[in-house]
Ligand binder design. Structure first.
Ligand SMILES: [Zn+2]
Length: 179
């Protein structure tokens, strides 16, 4: 009995391969210029937290910040103010959709999620040079852990950049099979 549950716990984790497929799908979203991974899956190759950084232009990164703060003021997400940026999961996803185009992003996100189910994909929209702005980003995205951004930078690995985007109309299992 013990081994069955242990196996299930291991099998239900997302793997680096699952995440790479999801990342490929997210790269199909206009405005996404690259994808980086941090957290447990970046460190050990599997885990429960699919923490992805979507690299966007400086303008879109600013827009994401605007939407995060705008949403924090709404009745629906006001309770997220105490959670800090990492805890505000749904809010980050809604802010990403508002930044990248709601319909397009939500559709691509839903398809990307099929590779990591039951684990939700966590999205952060950062500019390409985010590693040079850890202090500023930490200030903009308050977190209980004052080293939060530094820890992300320590873990983060580049999964894909713009050159990895498949041509439009690609029918591989990531682009085609799942829409
Ligand atoms: Zn493809």
């Amino acid at each position: 009995m013990h081994s069955v549950f242990t196996e299930f716990a291991i099998n239900s984790k997302a793997t680096r391969q699952d995440v790479e497929r999801a990342a490929h799908k997210l790269l199909c979203c206009p405005g996404v210029e690259g994808v980086e991974l941090f957290g447990s899956i970046a460190r050990q190759g599997y885990g429960n937290d699919v923490d992805l950084i979507l690299i966007v232009s400086d303008d879109l990164a600013q827009e994401f910040i605007f939407h995060v703060h705008r949403l924090l003021e709404t009745k629906r997400y006001r309770h997220d103010q105490g959670k800090g940026f990492y805890g505000a999961r749904a809010l980050r996803r809604v802010a990403a959709a508002a930044t990248l185009g709601r319909k397009k992003f939500n559709n691509i996100y839903a398809h990307a999620s099929k590779w990591t189910t039951p684990h939700l994909i966590e999205v952060f929209l950062f500019p390409a040079d985010w590693r040079k702005q850890l202090h500023e980003l930490q200030a903009i995205y308050p977190h209980r852990d004052p080293e939060f951004m530094k820890k992300i930078a320590k873990d983060a690995v580049v999964l894909l950049d713009g050159k990895d985007r498949h041509p439009s109309g690609c029918v591989c299992e990531v682009c085609g099979g799942l829409g």
